[in-house]
Every structure is written in structure tokens, then in C-alpha cells.
Design a protein around this ligand. Sequence first.
Ligand code: F6P
Length: 543
Amino acid sequence: MTAPATPLTQLPAWKALEAHHKAIAFQHLRHLFAEDPARGTRFAVEAEGIYLDYSKHRITDETLKLLLQLADQSNLRARIDAMFRGDKINITEDRAVLHIALRAPKGAVINVDGKNVVPEVHEVLDRMAAFSNRVRGGEWKGHTGKPIRNVINIGIGGSDLGPVMAYEALRHYSRRDMTFRFVSNVDGTDFAEATRDLDAEETLFIISSKTFTTLETMTNAHTARQWALAKLGDEKAIAKHFVAVSTNGAEVTKFGIDTANMFGFWDWVGGRYSMDSAIGLSTMLAIGPDNFHQLLAGFHAIDDHFRTAPFEQNLPVLMGLLTVWYTDFFDAQTVAVLPYDQYLKRFPAYLQQLTMESNGKHVTLSGARVNYETGPIFWGEPGTNGQHSFYQLIHQGTRLIPADFIGFSKTLNPLGNHHDLLMANVFAQTEALAFGKTAEQVQAEGTPDWLVPHRVFEGNRPSSTLLLNELTPESLGKLVALYEHSVFTQGAIWQIDSFDQWGVELGKVLAKKIIGELAAKNSPTDHDSSTNTLIARYRKQRG
Ligand code: F6P
């Protein structure tokens, strides 16, 4: 066990940060920049083609020193080594946490229970590539001999959010003559709308589920089976129109998919860390094996950086420590993620599962209740849309909302001066958030006195800017890996298990009971009075 024996709040660096916070809480970024003209370059790091400017944060050299000490005293280095070594750091499920093995180069050696898992990873990648090439090349035919033109991924959570985010992000690199859709919700509308205009003869379903038991996915998978059979009229068609991605061969067979058409992964890949496993099959079908390998190379570059870079130059470590700083010392409840790239429109949704399912925990590794805040709420929308909706609250509301701005120097769609306009907004927003506008400045513009307080921007609102060159499969891999390891860093500091998700269980169990009750003759009476009434009312209105 590599977690420190000392509770977090007893660590000397934590206590020092508490005292330090009192000293700097009221210092303004205007002042910090004024007293150090080099601040904008001193608090910036570049690695693997990603430039992180974290100068517009409410930190000083002392803050950084103490946060880095906190990382050391939290045994972060040992915990990183334990993950990369394949130790079972997911203690409540007794599992290794090895998404880093999914993108390890062929010759690497990563052992789980004494067995090198890298050859198996590449074996699956090779099978995925062969399959993708056959489908993309029109060689893999549907039951009636037509090539596949439509791919529908059925999955939920990590078996959906990664694939849909990656497809949207990399649409520029995708096969434009093929249709890719993603069905996740058990709401029948999702399936109905995804399939209503598709020809079953040209449609391939990928049933993606680590466990192959998830209610939503299995319900949608059975509906897909019926839909395909109704149109194709032959059980034999299933083999040509359904493939599975799972760790559970027995359940895949039970469903009726030949395991020859199954792409496997392993229990040491968490659902929310699985977009670069076989769960990325839809991504590979869309962008092709070469681009998928570029995506993996991007992930791997940041894995290496995270494992080897000194913490003061380590992008995910810095990002993770800043999240801890605001969550625990400024009581910030949320982090806004603001990608200034339309292709990244699903990135905040993807990050919500990655961050919140990982660090939404209130118990430490040793089972004690934490006496500090853990995982903040991640949310966001692509810029510039958010500016015309919720930025008002970030600028002038009463809450402190640290924000990550993500931008690219080059656009994939050069149209007039759109890209300069877009990026001007990134720089303008971070500047406005940090420096604001004083009452004196507002008055000097001739604003009447009564209106001045309304037009003042206090500023001192922190943000990071991540500037990358261009959105490519490789840079997307890097971006995702940055956040994966930032989440790891936060979890290590908070002394929690970032890799289990017990909090999703109770609702699933209760839903199973209620499903039966909705079909029963009489409404149930053994719930609380609210739940009983709601069920009875629903049954009555439903008829
Ligand atoms: O219920 C949450 C969860 O277990 C996620 O962690 C996971 O990504 C999702 O459900 C889907 O699980 P599966 O891939 O097993 O269908």
C-alpha cells in the first residue's frame, strides 16, 4: 500500500497550505502580475507539444512549492510507479489499473499477475485493424451482400462517452461516406431516432459493454437484434451485422454473437478509461487504423511524460494540484472546461464521467470518512457559445469557478478570419477573468455612479490555458491522457480509490425491483410514501 499513513489534513504541507491560503486569499492577480512582469512565462510549461499557461491562477512561488510538497508527502511518485507497475491499486475491486498498457508500444513489458499484457493488447489491436480494413474496404458484407455504410455503437457510460466524443472530435479524419451513430439511453427514443432512416442491410451494430450485463445496453442490443431480424428475416444475419466489445465472452455468446466477432479487453481497464481499448472500435472504423495508432501514440507520449517528468514540469501533476488547491482551500465546487473547438463539443461530457465517477468519493483508501472536499463538478460547453450563456456567472457571480480554456493555433476548417475571432475570444476571456475592470475604469468611461457597481468586473477569477497546435488524433490522445493523469493526481492527494464506482450500484438495484413492480398487478406499498405515490400515479397515467 503506497498511500501515506498520515491523514491528508495532518500532512505538514497541508497545514502549511492552510496558513498560506490565509495570506494569499485576498491577493489579486492584477497585483501578482504587476509585481512580476515575467509571471506569464514563468508559470507556464510546454511538453509534448502542449503549452500550459497557469499564470492566471491565484498562486505564488510559495503556493507552488507547497503544492509540490503536498504531492511528495502524498507519495504521488510511488503511486504513479505502482500504477505503471501493474499493482492492484484499485483496492476495493482488487484490480490493477492499466489503461496505460492499452497504448504501450509493442515491445513494452507490463505484467499483471506475472504475465506481460502488452502482446495481448496488440493482438486485439491487430484484429480490430483487420476488421476495420475489411469493413472500410467494403470487403465485409452484410447478410444480403451489401457493404456496411452505417455503424451504430450501442453502449453507455465509458462504453459510449469515449467513442462518441472521439468520433465527434475526429470527424475531420473520418469516413464521410459512412454514418456513425451512438445509442446509449434506455429511452427508446434514442434507438428509434438513430435507426429510423437506416437500411438494415448496410448497418453494423457494435455492442460495447465491459460487463455485457448493463441494463441499458442489453435492452438496446435486444431491440437492435429484433430490428435487424425484422428487416433481414434470418437469424444467420446476426453474424454479419453484430459484433461485440466486452470482457465477458460467456455473456456475448449467450446473446448470440460468435466470439469470433468479439473484441476483448480486460478487467484492469476501467470503463471510463477504455476509449483506447477495443471500446474504440467505432473510432477505428471511422478514422482508420493508422489514425487510431496516432491517437494511441498521443496517449503514450503523455503517459511517459507523467511517469518521468519532474513534478514542477509535469502537466497533469500541475493541473491536478491546481484542482486540489481550489477545491480544498478556496471551496470551489466546480471546474469549467471550455474547449474552443467545435469538434470538442462532447469533451466536457466525456470528462464528467472521467472526473466525477473517479473522484466522487467520500471515503479514503483505509475506509475513513474524508474531512475535506474531494472531486469537484466538471462541466462546460464549447466556446464561444458558453460566453453567451453562462459566462456571466463566471465573471460576476458569487462563486469561484476555475476554468480550463483549450485552444488550437490552427483550425481544420479555415474560413475567412473565423479562427482568429475564435482564438481572440480565448485570450480575451482569460484576460477579463483575471484582471476584470475596476470601478475607477468604469467611472472613467463616463458611467453614471448608480450603474458603476453593475459594470465592475472584480476579476481575480482563475483559469488555465491549454494551447495546442492542431486537433489531430495524436493531440486528442494527449489531451485525454492529461486529464486522466490529472484525475489520478487528485485521487492520490485525496487518498481515495479513483478506480471503483460503488456509488452507481444502489440505483441499479432499486430500479430492478421497480421494473417488476411497474409490470405487476397492483402498485407497491413497501416504498416510502413519495416513491409509492409516484409509481402509482405513473401506472395510472400510463394506463
Ligand atoms: O454504471 C456505471 C458503469 O459501470 C460505468 O462505470 C461504465 O462505464 C458503464 O456503467 C457501462 O458499463 P459496461 O461497459 O459494463 O456496460
